[in-house]
Design a protein around this ligand. Structure first.
Ligand code: GDP
Ligand code: IMO
Ligand code: MG
Length: 424
């Protein structure tokens, strides 16, 4: 039976999913985003150019590919239209390659305002949301109030929009928050009109049909497992299931149709926004990782918090995701380091634990220190060139995590990707 492979982030997002999907797409005919929305920023580098995608699957640049925005995604028509316009200006034929699930929910201008008002009211306890209206949109989805892409075609759409907007305005009265949606609403309605030229599909039927035809399908996740609404560092998470199971609900595919699960992680760890981060560094090493890794958010431009790799959290993510192959990104950022640390356990109230607990607030990391490779790896083409210390680092990770590292990324460009030919 043909199965769907899944790419997902194992940390707090920004692991390099965009690059990996772009690198893997020659082997796939269909790429489908299954959750999240414009809170995502997936970067792709090739032929001297950099692109950042928010809602559109990262397969869009490959000739002949089919790119599906799945039912689990939330769409802001303004941001999606801008994204489409940028790609079209660069000669990408988005019209023929993009399909949008009718069951995907729409982010309204007032969802963005509620997001901002809610965050402002939380003061110090704010989540550090990207303020794209993600949380309020998923709340309306589960609250059974939402508007979906398929509704755009209904003659009652305008009326339903006004009704939901009125509800939001009523809700906003409880906040002391000034706003004016006039301009954004105008753009939003234009965005809705613009989306009508794309194909709205019954996503679950189309995807299962493509699978039956024998097409190779890759599901693209957004955010990372530590931001999952159920299993992440709640409440400092996003509002969707970012884990592998999200691919089933976000596309309409059965669990037994999942094939390979590619788990992506950085050779260190970053987090943008608030919330616990056990291995966070507040010293020169943290600054060095941030500078060398250009760790600034692709959506908000915020400085990403940096720290050492956290194998306790990674093992947990691998477990809930059912990862079959690991992909390590950005090892080049550590190329100059004399030593590298990896967190192998947490200390909680003086006791050492090696599993990811209910609450990670205040846990202390227990580190193992390994020698760095101190070699510029950015131009390497094959694993035969890997320094001894780097191979030792990989073996250590594989032993700790129990899953093989199949691909190593040594720079942002498509070409800076090395496949490992280890035995299965
Ligand atoms: P995503 O959200 O998971 O797609 O990741 P982002 O695009 O938000 O962030 C990853 C950043 O790292 C982007 O700027 C990528 O261009 C860059 N990047 C990806 N892989 C590598 C790598 O192996 N080395 C370096 N130095 N940068 C990388
Ligand atoms: P990609 O797909 C990193 C974080 C935000 C915030 C929390 C909730 O590029 O990896 P939200 O806007 O979803 O309500 O924000 O989640 N966050 C991300 N961090 N990468 C992302 O996406 C993120 N999407 C959301 O910073 O802490
Ligand atoms: Mg990103």
């Amino acid at each position: 039976m043909k199965k769907i492979d899944v790419v997902l982030g194992l940390q707090w997002g920004d692991e390099g999913k965009g690059k990996v999907v772009d690198v893997l797409t020659p082997d796939y005919q269909v790429i489908a985003r299954f959750q999240g929305g414009p809170n995502a920023g997936h970067s792709l580098h090739f032929e001297g150019k950099k692109y950042v995608l928010h809602t559109i699957p990262s397969g869009i640049f490959r000739d002949g590919s089919i790119n599906i925005i799945g039912n689990g995604v939330v769409i802001d028509p303004v941001i999606l239209s801008d994204e489409i316009a940028t790609l079209e200006a660069d000669g990408v034929d988005v019209q023929s390659k993009l399909l949008i699930a009718k069951k995907a929910h729409l982010i309204l201008p007032t969802h963005r305002i509620i997001d901002a008002a809610s965050e402002a009211s939380k003061g110090k306890t704010k989540i550090g949301s990207t303020l794209k209206g993600i949380g309020p949109t998923y709340m309306d989805k589960t609250g059974r109030n939402g508007l979906r892409v398929g509704d755009i075609l209904s003659p009652a759409f305008e009326e339903r929009y006004q009704r939901l907007k009125a509800k939001h305005l009523e809700l906003l009265r409880q906040y002391d928050f000034q706003f004016d949606i006039t301009d954004y609403e105008k753009e939003w309605l234009e965005g809705i009109e613009n989306l009508k030229r794309f194909r709205f599909i019954e996503g679950e039927h189309v995807i299962n049909g493509l699978l039956d035809e024998g097409k190779a399908i890759l599901a693209e996740g957004a955010q990372g497992s530590m931001l999952d609404i159920d299993f992440g560092s709640y409440p400092f998470v996003t509002s969707s299931n970012t884990i592998c199971a999200g691919a089933c609900t976000g596309l309409g595919i059965a669990p037994n149709k999942i094939g390979e699960v590619y788990g992506i992680f950085k050779a260190y760890c970053t987090r943008v926004g608030a919330g616990p981060f056990p291995t966070e560094l507040f010293d020169k090493t943290g600054d060095q990782i941030c500078t060398l890794g250009h760790e600034f958010g692709s959506v908000t431009g915020r400085k990403r918090r940096c720290g050492w790799i956290d194998l306790v959290a990674l093992k947990y993510a691998i477990m809930v995701d059912g990862v079959t192959k690991l992909i390590m990104m950005k090892s080049d950022v550590l190329d100059s380091f004399e030593t590298i640390k990896a967190c192998v356990a947490y200390k909680v109230n003086g006791e050492e634990i090696d599993y990811f607990p209910f609450d990670i607030e205040g846990v202390e990391p227990v580190y193992v220190e390994l020698p760095g490779w101190q070699t510029d790896m950015t131009k390497m083409q094959s694993e035969d060139e890997f320094p001894e210390e780097f191979n030792a680092y990989l073996s250590f990770l594989e032993e700790q995590l129990g899953v093989p590292v199949k691909i190593v990324s040594v720079g942002p460009d498509r070409e800076q990707t090395i496949e490992r030919y280890t035995e299965e």
